[in-house]
Design a protein around this ligand. Structure first.
Ligand code: NAI
Length: 361
């Protein structure tokens, strides 16, 4: 009898605890706050919050030292690639009751992994939202650099129909070095193969099936840099790949090489890049990411201008083309980012493990 009573008591406590998280209709009572919501993604996020019956407050402000207290009382934060997820920020979030961080990005180099682990935070990401979108943008950068489309458009607007200075090279037959042959690198390599280029790959995890498909060979970074007419960076940023292109490695590259970076800014040492641009090392440099882009990209500075001297210097070179981290920016990618980042929150709220690939921690 006593035992039965004990049993009943246990069940009751469990139910009471359960009711803190789930209402009578079986819906989660946990709630999330979403930082850095841009106008362009709002409709996708709101639709998926509704589809998944999630209670989410959407904020346009980013997660910073000043805004971190806005997360007080929320169970999960949903973050953009430029939100502050440093150790200090994560500790503050944890103190405010946050138990989960859902990233609206694939990369997580902006998150202090060790601190998140120490705090026992669950961290989710969107592993792949549209690798082709990024690969196509990379190809677009290359075409703009090689055939001088921005300059040509400007000329036509000025009623100048001359061709001087617009000369490019035929890409067919050129050698393309892909650094990081994961989802995006492979998609870019397929495009360049279609154009008739020879593909070289550098990746610590070799995929021989991909190499066969592309008729490509894997090789060390140095050899790839020596042989390539076009080098494109698609590896993640981590302590091993930070400044993978630096003074020494850039010196190995062919003169007149095209360099493309749609990976992460700090894959390239910006000072070394500028020094080599001064000596006309490159035929063209296409950057969708920049080492110090945080606080600059995704914002309108047309009123006050820029104070970042290095970015201004990069912009001053006619052979450099910069876009503001927009390679991912397609309707399909926005839909997938909203769906998967919110599904990760839903899984967490329902006590489920995040699926393989989505789970950072
Ligand atoms: P992925 O994980 O499919 O591929 C990354 C590849 O890099 C893997 O095959 C990995 O083995 C390789 N890798 C790791 N360390 C390396 C090293 N030291 N040298 C060469 N390769 C190395 O990732 P995915 O989806 O292809 O994304 C790649 C990167 O693209 C992301 O980490 C992110 O930084 C960037 N990205 C940029 C976007 C943009 O809008 N500009 C959007 C999405 C991702």
């Amino acid at each position: 009898m006593k035992r039965l009573k004990k049993g009943v008591l246990v069940v009751k406590i469990t139910e009471d605890l359960f009711s803190l998280f789930i209402n009578k209709k079986g819906e989660s009572l946990m709630k999330a706050i979403c930082f850095s919501v841009h106008d362009f993604e709002k409709v996708y996020l709101e639709t998926w919050a509704k589809n998944l019956s999630l209670e989410i407050d959407f904020l346009t402000v980013g997660l910073t030292g000043e805004t971190v207290d806005l997360a007080r009382g929320y169970d999960a934060v949903i973050c953009w690639a430029n939100d502050n997820l440093s150790g200090a920020s994560l500790k503050h979030l944890h103190k405010n009751g946050v138990k989960m961080v859902s990233l609206r990005s694939a990369g997580f180099s902006h998150l202090d992994f060790e601190v998140a682990k120490e705090l026992g935070l669950v961290v989710g990401r969107v592993p792949s939202y549209s690798p082709e979108a990024i690969a196509e943008h990379t190809f677009g950068l290359l075409m703009c650099l090689n055939r001088h489309y921005p300059r040509a458009f400007q000329r036509i607007k000025d009623f100048n129909f001359t061709l001087e200075g617009l000369e490019g090279v035929t890409l067919k037959g050129k050698t393309v070095g892909v650094v990081g042959a994961g989802l995006i690198g492979a998609a870019f390599a397929r495009i360049m193969k279609g154009v008739g280029c020879q593909i070289l790959l550098h990746d610590p995890n070799e995929d021989q099936e991909l190499a066969r498909e592309l008729g490509a060979s894997y090789m060390g970074l140095e050899e790839l840099l020596r042989q390539s007419d076009i080098v494109s960076l698609h590896c993640p940023l981590n302590y091993k790949t930070r400044y993978i292109l630096n003074k020494e490695t850039i010196s190995l590259m062919k003169d007149g090489v095209f360099l493309l970076n749609t990976g992460r800014g700090a894959l390239i040492d910006t000072d070394a890049l500028i020094a080599n641009l001064k000596t006309n090392k490159f035929r063209g440099v296409g950057l969708d990411v920049y080492e110090y882009e945080e606080g600059v990209f995704f914002k309108d500075h047309s009123d006050l201008g820029l104070s970042d001297e290095k970015l201004l210097r990069l912009m001053s070179f006619p052979r450099v083309l910069i876009t503001s981290h927009q390679a991912f920016f397609t309707e399909e990618a926005l839909e997938n980012i909203a769906k998967d980042s919110l599904q990760n929150v839903k899984d967490f709220f329902e006590g489920q493990e995040l699926p393989e690939g989505h789970k950072v921690l």
